[in-house]
Design a protein around this ligand. Structure first.
Ligand code: PXP
Length: 236
């Protein structure tokens, strides 16, 4: 299982005082030295954390890979086609939310997503759709030629009983297996942390996890290198 680090929170800290530090681009380069497999950033419509300067520099400097999380809006699709990240992960985006709250409904947005995927493919950008572990959504993602799905793990992460957590894990396991059968790459993320990753990593059909909050929060106390190494040791 590969591990990509989401560095949006480093940019949140920088932007809190309209400063230049901590620089998310520096963090990304340090994270690469610590052994992560890729960097994830969410270029939001309101630019509340990562901005275009960050994304353009990351594109130039990263030696692993860049996963650009984004809404399927004309403005951001145009930027993605220009920057050409290794992967564009399409998420639903609401201006008021604190973070992405769940997967996008491929079925309800099929025309818009099909057109977004076509535009991104024409620019040589592979696409992932952030969705719930739902077989119908996965079928729809495959139908419109998505290359990957990213399974939303928030319900698993927020489960309040072991039984609920196990049920959700099973749902994710079956969803990942189904997606693999259809030839899709399978990523997963949201709310994964140093505790729940221990059972999550048993899911052999997940290619990659995308983790932000838990690792950046730990990095505040032990440093980025140590926080990343601890997570890598749990995952591999
Ligand atoms: N995957 C997606 C699509 C996300 O929106 C986020 C949050 O930015 C993550 C993964 C990482 O979630 P967390 O910060 O809870 O680890």
């Amino acid at each position: 299982m590969r591990f990509s680090l989401n560095i949006d929170h480093i940019a949140v800290l920088r932007n809190a005082r309209a400063e230049t530090q901590p620089d998310p681009v520096t963090a990304a380069l340090l994270a690469e030295q610590s052994g992560i497999d890729g960097i994830v950033v969410h270029l939001r419509e309101d630019r509340r954390h990562i901005n275009e300067r960050d994304v353009r520099l990351l594109r130039e400097l990263l030696t692993t890979k860049l996963d650009l999380e984004m809404a399927a809006t004309d403005e951001i699709i145009k930027i993605a086609c220009d920057i050409v990240p290794e992967l564009a992960t399409i998420v639903p985006e609401k201006r008021q939310e604190l973070t992405t709250e769940g997967g996008i409904s491929v079925i309800d947005n099929i025309i818009r997503l099909k057109s977004a995927i076509k535009d991104l493919h024409n620019a040589d950008v592979e696409v992932s759709l952030f969705i719930e572990p739902d077989i119908d959504q996965i079928d729809a993602a495959a139908e419109i030629n998505s290359d990957y799905i990213e399974i939303h793990t928030g319900v698993f992460a927020n489960a309040i009983s072991e039984e609920e957590q196990f049920d959700e894990l099973e749902k994710i396991r079956l969803a990942a297996k189904h997606a693999k059968k259809l030839g899709l790459g399978v990523n997963a993320g949201h709310g994964l942390n140093y505790q729940n990753i221990k059972i999550f990593k048993e899911l052999t059909d997940i290619d990659e996890v995308s983790i932000g909050q838990a690792v950046i929060a730990r990095a505040v106390f032990v440093g980025l290198n140590e926080a990343i190494k601890e997570m890598i040791n749990l995952i591999r």
